[in-house]
Design a protein around this ligand. Sequence first.
Ligand code: MN
Length: 395
Amino acid sequence: MNNTKIKQSVKLITILGSTGSIGTQALEVIRDNPSIFKVSVLSALKNSELLIQQAREFKPETVVICDESQYSYVKDSLSDLKINVLAGEAALSEVAAYPQSDIVLTALMGSVGLKPTIAAIKAGKNIALANKETLVVAGEYITNLAKTHQVKILPVDSEHSAIFQCLVGEEQNEIEKIYLTASGGPFLGKDKNFLSSVKKEQALKHPNWVMGAKITIDSASLMNKGLEVIEAKWLFNLAVDQIDIIVHPQSIIHSIVQFTDGSMKAQMGVPDMKLPIQYALNYPDRLKNNFKRFNFLDYPNFSFQKADTETFKNLDLAFKSLRKGGNMPCILNAANEIVVEAFLKDKIGFLRMSEVIEQCMEEIGFIEKPQLADYLETDKHSRILAGELVTKSKV
Ligand code: MN
C-alpha cells in the first residue's frame, strides 16, 4: 500500500459576494486552510470597509466594488498593495472569467448573479453555487451551458449539498425522489391572522441558521424552500413530482435521497454553512476541521411534519411556476426580490408579498421557450410590475 498522499496544488478561489454571509464564512474556511486555498478575486456590492479589510488579509489579485461611487475610496485604501481595483456590476463578469482562478463561488444575492455565472461557465470555471436565484431564473439555460463547457456546478446550499453528498457513488442508480428538509422558519405553526401583522424584526429571527436578510425573509415565508425546489430540479435533473418537502424543525437532517429500491440516504450534521461551503470548494475530498460535532443526546427526538402551503402560499406558487415552466420561475423570483426588499423597508405586509408575486405571475407575458434575452426582459418587467403593486399596497 502506498500511503503517501499526493500533495494537492493550491486552489485559486474567486468569491463573488465576499462580504455577505456565505462570503465571510467561505473566507473563514480559506483562512483555516492556507495550504489548500488561495483567494484570487473578492467582490462586494457596497460594503467597502469589509472588502478593504478582507483584501488586506487575503491579498487577492483583484477586488471589485460594485458601487462605483466607492471606487476611489477602495483604490486609495489599497494603494500600498499590488491589488487591481475594479468597479461596477459589469466587472463581475470580467473577473468571473479570469484565468487565474479554479473555482468561482457565486455568493451574490438575487438574479444579479446570472451574468457573472454565465461568464464563469463560458471560461470553463467550476462553480460553487450559493446564488440559487441563478438556477431559479434560468436553470435550463445554465445547466445546458455547464454541460457544453464541461464545468461542474457544485451546490453550496445545505439541502442541495446534502443530496449531492448522498449521490456520491450512486452515479449508475436512478433517483426515485428527493426530500428537501425545511426548518419551517420562525413562523412555523402560525396562522394567517398572526402573519398579517408580523414585522421584519420577527421574520429576521431564524431559529437555526444565521444568514443574510433576504434569505432569512425567504425562509420565514417558505419562498426559500420554493426556490430550492426549482434549484434541485435543475441541479439533479428531476421532474417536479420527484421533489417533496418535509418540515424538520431541528435542521439536522439536511436532505434525503430515495432510490428506486426504496432505500433512503440522508446527510446529517449540526447546521453550519461552513460545511457545505468547504465540501464544494474542495470537492471531492473532505477536509478535516474542528466544527461543532453532532451529539445524539442533545436531540433525543427528531420530528417531521407537512409544510403548510395554505398559510405559506409562496411554496405553492413556486411549485406552480415550476410546473408551468418557461419564464414563470423567473417572474416569481424577480417579483419576490422586490417584495422582500419592500418588506425589509416596512413598505408592505408579510402576507401581501405572496399576493404581489401571484399577480405578477398572472399578468406578465408567458414565454414557453425563453432565450437568455427573454429571461433578462422578464426579470425587468416583473420587477417593474411588482414595484408598482408594492407602491399601491397598504402596509
Ligand atoms: Mn438551503
